[in-house]
Write a protein that binds this ligand. Sequence first.
Ligand SMILES: *Cc1c(COP(=O)(O)O)cnc(C)c1O
Length: 669
Amino acid sequence: MEENKLIKEFYSLVQVDDYDGHYAKDIKDGSYFGMPLKSIVEAEKRLRSEKNAGIAYFSMEYGLATSCYNQFSSQLASGPSNKVPENAVFSNFRVADYFFALHQNNVIDLPIYSGGLGVLAGDTVKTMADYKLPVAAIGILWSSGYFRQKFWFKYGQAPEKMHWDPYTYPGLVPLKNKIKIFLKNEDVYIKLWKYYVYSHEHDAVVPLILLDSNIDNNSQFAKELTDQLYRSDNVSLKLLQRVVLGFGGVNALEELGYNIDKYHLNEGHAVFAFVAKARGLKNDQMEKLKSNFVYTCHTPVEAGHDKFSFDDLNKVLKKEDVDIIDRFGKERSGLANLTLLSMNISSSINAVSHNHQKVMHIQFPRYKDQVQYVTNGVHPYTWMSQSFQELFEKFPATFPDFRSNPMILSRAHELKTNLDFRAQLWQAHQENKASLSKLLEKWSLDKNLFTICWARRMAAYKRPSLILHDINRLVQIAEKIGPLQIILAGKAHPNDNLGFTYINEMMDKVDKLNEDYNKLKIIVLENYDIALAKMLTSSVDVWLNNPLPPFEASGTSGMKAILNAVLQMSTVDGWMAEVTDKKIGAFFGYKNAEGSVGNEFDLHMNEDSAELYSAMEEMIGLYYKTNQRGKLDVSSGWIDMMIECICTSSQFNTYRMLDQYKQLVWKIA
Ligand SMILES: *Cc1c(COP(=O)(O)O)cnc(C)c1O
């Protein structure tokens, strides 16, 4: 009876398209694809209530880790395109590359993200659900995702169009609701979808509304607007992707009847939401509207600030919309600058680390008093490996409620002298490393050899090839101190030619390497994605992070690693600049002068690689003192550092992050 009522309520609140024919198998008996339907009904009611002013969170991309966290079940046969395809490997063990590939036979992650920004948005929304906040998230249903990286052996990356089937993706439902956005020369129809992001306990959800222009009513051009994330080969397309998010998002919230008080722009991509809300308002009303907008900036890199000419804006947008952009977002050069626009229309501006705040103060001196910072974090229950959850469970006196309170991990230091904990910590790490070794079995990855990983977006300032800068030196280190296993992975944006060059350079160096494979293994993995990120951040010995300071706004992959006691080797940049007093690994490399941003293109490769190699010598030496062919020195300083990693992770999570957003940004604490 109760369940019948629940379904009726759900159906009156959520107009699922083709419910009877398709989704009734998965939404029934109080269950939504295996999760409690009740949580959805409560959230949908709350967002519509007059009492609760909600928050709308706008982001171009969301990396939700749907393949490994809060997975939905489905009675429907999932389309074959929703499975992870096999991925190639490129290494200095060429025979294995030739005969084998990696098989991870699970569902793909919802392919609406490209990298760090999306994962941050996903982790944020998951934590909003954990905190039971009245939030609606807005994004885009990218019909061909971002892209699939194929290796073109020895010649780098060949981006391939990716295919997936939203109609059989578990937990994702199309709605009957359609909206329209009005451009200068055409109206674009947008179909709405919903995906529900559940809390850790499954007792709350945040609805994620996804906008889709790939429908019959639209022109071919309009259909392509939501085809591929971050297409930048065509200015109108690039601009209109942002317009769809901003205009479409605002219309969608109205269509669904949500009562929204705060509009949170995760990056300037979403700033056209302000234009949609400001349309037709008088001056003083527009000023007042600013109090409803908050803006998080994520990049200190010049290419990260979107700029458009007014000619390009005038080609596609109506005059009254262009006028608003002109008024709030025109920079001195005469271009429309979305970063500037975002700062001018928001009541709160924040950088994503302390270092990034300093950079923003230099870049935008006029806004110095307004730019605060909230350092990014990661969602602990997404990124903490199973073996570590089990480890913490074995020490309940120290970590009584770690499943709801990740801050409690700071207590790990109490166990520093507990030999049992130290041995079990090492054991948990070795278990993770054994899973990675199993995945890379054909490449003979050995869990008792020192393993370091660099995996992230291949962008120039991140210096992907720093560790390969002097291959002879690497060989010497391996000979002198002990065998080395290096794992590399990452995608370059299809229009980032410099990024491409790095992949080419990497592959070329690995291809030419003629060394004993047992001494030096270099393994490059194709198509870096969330599933690989989870595997790698939890199981290598050392996580390498070597951006050129101060161009990394925050970085988050190292935070995933420390949750799993993986040590860090890093330059002093982004979030890492906040932990230089913590013994969680080694810091090295160039530092920009205080008060100056320096030159993004002067990469300091010679000096910084030399410093990296010296730091590696020390780390590898300590590693082989700690792990002597599988025999553990349980008192080793290495394990002290692993414990310090866990303590540090108690701060670099999305719970601490949202506490600060509540207080400093949304002001609802
Ligand atoms: C966490 C993550 C990133 C972000 O890495 P950075 O350290 O911020 O460079 C990028 N891609 C994927 C798939 C991730 O999971």
